[in-house]
Design a protein around this ligand. Structure first.
Ligand code: NAD
Ligand code: LMR
Length: 337
């Protein structure tokens, strides 16, 4: 039988006693019953900075919400289905909306192959966000991020409510991977910026910023390749049963936590795929940069470190045309639908 140890009593007290959580951030997860949505929602239920969690999915969100609502942290959790304006109700009053709704890859597919299935989902959810909670931070997980973030931004632009500070395509999993893979070489956990986009060679890890990493050119190339294709590694290992879910839930929960902490005045640096005019002269309007987060979302896109290597500069240059065409695909979808 379960016995209360001192540690578990402390956990119980901590779970109920945070005054922040009583009035904490109001978050919605759209696609909350999926492979990412469920563990992400659980991590958000455990975050004392999240006070109120709304879960929406086309299937089973009320069930997931009921389950999570028994966890003895002080936040409230409610589930919403497609019936009776469920989506609008789920979005009411939200500070942050996280979107993992959509189909994941199977072996042999690229993220871009998901566009045909996920663009309509992203568009419908973006329209609802623009109408119900236009001032919320919108954090997009669904793939292909390189097209769906520009798509969602275009929906907001058409409705006259786009705020580039408030919409981020989540690339945090690339940073988590870069940090972990470098740790395997150095034994140190470090923040390694990853910029560009979230697909194959558009993912540009800046290992030059990891001073303790000393690798031969061949080993560095292998590390960069593993970071760019880490998603494929998981897709192949899951052999047709989806893509990264648990590590993505961790990464998504980290970005929500960062956005909320920044909204409360903390100075936080993350990377993310945002509207960004750094490469506008080359026709690229969306680019994952190093972001300073503040009270109102992205407060600054930080300049790239001066000491990035020629290989990293070349990788950025090679990513630009891919990013431009991926963004165009998302924007054209909004224009044509
Ligand atoms: P999943 O199939 O397990 O879950 C998706 C969920 O979305 C399902 O519960 C489904 O019912 C729901 N859904 C579908 N249409 C919806 C709609 N219109 N409204 C609300 N919910 C809807 O998939 P998953 O493994 O959770 O992956 C979800 C997405 O995240 C995929 O597109 C995947 O490629 C992407 N992903 C992105 C990253 C990243 O780093 N950005 C990492 C991993 C996965
Ligand atoms: C990832 O990087 O793991 C995700 O984008 C999922 C995928 O399809 O690889």
């Amino acid at each position: 039988m379960f016995k209360f140890t001192t540690a578990s009593k402390n956990l119980l007290v901590r779970s109920f006693s945070s005054s922040v959580s009583a009035q904490g951030a109001k978050v919605a997860v759209l696609g909350a019953a999926g492979g990412i949505g469920q563990p992400l929602s659980m991590l958000l239920k455990l975050n004392p900075l999240v006070g109120d969690l709304n879960l929406y999915d086309i299937a089973n969100a009320p069930g997931v919400a009921s389950d999570l609502s028994h966890i003895n942290t002080s936040s409230t959790v409610r589930g919403f289905s497609t019936e009776e304006q469920g989506l609008s109700k789920a979005l009411e009053g939200r500070d942050v909306v996280v979107i993992p709704a959509g189909v994941p890859r199977k072996p042999g597919m690229t993220r871009d192959d998901l566009f045909g299935m996920n663009a309509k989902i992203a568009m419908d959810l973006s329209i609802a966000c623009a109408e119900v909670c236009p001032k919320a931070s919108i954090l997009i997980i669904s793939n292909p991020v390189n097209s769906l973030l520009p798509l969602a931004a275009q929906v907001f632009k058409n409705k006259g409510v786009f705020d580039p500070k408030k919409m981020i395509g989540i690339t945090t999993l690339d940073l988590v991977r870069a940090s972990r893979f470098a740790f395997e070489k150095t034994g140190k956990v470090q923040f390694i910026p990853v910029i560009g986009g979230h697909a194959g060679t558009t993912i540009v890890p800046l290992y030059s910023q990891c001073s303790s990493l000393k690798l031969s050119p061949e080993d560095l190339a292998a590390l960069v390749h593993r970071t760019q294709f880490g998603g494929d590694e998981v897709v192949q290992a899951k052999a047709g049963k989806g893509s990264a879910t648990l590590s993505m839930a961790y990464a998504g929960a980290r970005l929500v936590d960062s956005v909320v902490r920044a909204s409360q005045g903390e100075d936080v640096v993350e990377c993310g795929f945002v509207a960004n005019d750094t490469y506008a002269s080359e026709g690229v309007d969306y680019f994952a940069g190093i972001l300073r987060l503040g009270k109102e979302g992205v407060s600054e896109i930080l300049p790239l470190p001066e000491n990035i290597t020629q290989l990293e500069k070349d990788a950025i240059k090679a990513a630009l045309p891919q990013l431009a065409s991926a963004a165009k695909k998302g924007i054209d979808f909004v224009t044509n639908n």
